[in-house]
Design a protein around this ligand. Structure first.
Ligand code: ADP
Length: 244
């Protein structure tokens, strides 16, 4: 039986984020966070930031200003040299690898370079994480079609990544990030390789997910894109954060 034979729609699956997650309160807090890489200057210095549940936030800044470093600390790929990073009420630095992997299941992470598996189809790229996490075939089936619909790729479920445009590949990577309906979405320069039309499509998908209740944090150096939306913005400059 095909995995694409469910009657679920995007709203019923993805609005579960709003129904099943705590909507009030703080999703992320950075307390006096500094990050110094070995043999490097401060990437971030004494940064404080609070992001509420359900917020949509852009993090802007020039290349090398520390945007990726900030996101990496949220998903535990880098630890702060000083200070505390609290995500979903958990101090990330205190987690061992098992509990960090559990926290990451509550995040969808999107990268500039898509990171798709070339030998797998769109549907397989989107579902393999759920399979690895032990979701039943029925539950995977329930989630796949509405997720592909939401990113506008239902008709391309059986294609391989090299049969897709860059914009489509990025939308596959978003589908993969959101198919588990995580309450927190982190995207590191998700439009960095895309033209303005495709960038706007990607932002609109994140807007929709935000309207369903997800907290969305996007780094970008595209000031025009940020201006086109009307969301809060923080700028990283010389390792410091500024509210714009
Ligand atoms: P952005 O995402 O804004 O382009 P990054 O967070 O990637 O910036 O980098 C911030 C600073 O930290 C840069 O000066 C960069 O060279 C440095 N940096 C990033 N990652 C590492 C690393 N693994 N080792 C040493 N320095 C790094």
């Amino acid at each position: 039986m095909s995995l694409l034979s469910t009657n679920e729609n995007a709203e019923t699956v993805h609005s579960e984020v709003g129904k099943t997650q705590r909507q009030a309160g703080t999703m992320i807090e950075l307390h006096s966070v500094s990050k110094t890489y070995i043999n490097s200057h401060h990437a971030l210095f004494d940064v404080n930031l609070k992001i509420n549940r359900g917020e949509f936030l852009f993090i802007t800044g020039a290349s090398g200003s520390g945007k990726s470093t900030l996101l990496k600390m949220l998903y535990g790929a880098e630890l702060p040299t000083q200070g505390e990073v609290i995500v979903d009420d958990i101090n990330v630095a205190t987690l061992g690898s098992y509990h960090l992997s559990l926290l990451r299941r509550r995040m969808g992470i999107v990268f500039q370079d898509y990171k798709l598996i070339p030998q797998r189809t769109v549907a397989e790229n989107v579902t393999f994480v759920l399979q690895a996490q032990g979701y039943t075939r029925k539950e995977i089936q329930r989630r796949l079609e509405p997720t592909l619909k939401l990113v506008g790729l239902l008709s391309k479920a059986d294609r391989f990544p090299d049969q897709l445009s860059g914009g489509e590949q990025q939308r596959v990577s978003i589908a993969r990030a959101i198919v588990g309906t995580p309450p927190l979405l982190l995207a590191d320069e998700p439009t960095g390789n895309l033209d303005p039309d495709n960038s706007w499509q990607v932002i609109q998908i994140f807007q929709k997910l935000n309207s369903f209740g997800a907290t969305v944090i996007i780094t970008t150096h595209d000031e025009q894109l940020v201006r086109r939306c009307n969301y809060p913005v923080v700028q990283v400059k010389d390792g410091k954060l500024y509210r714009k």
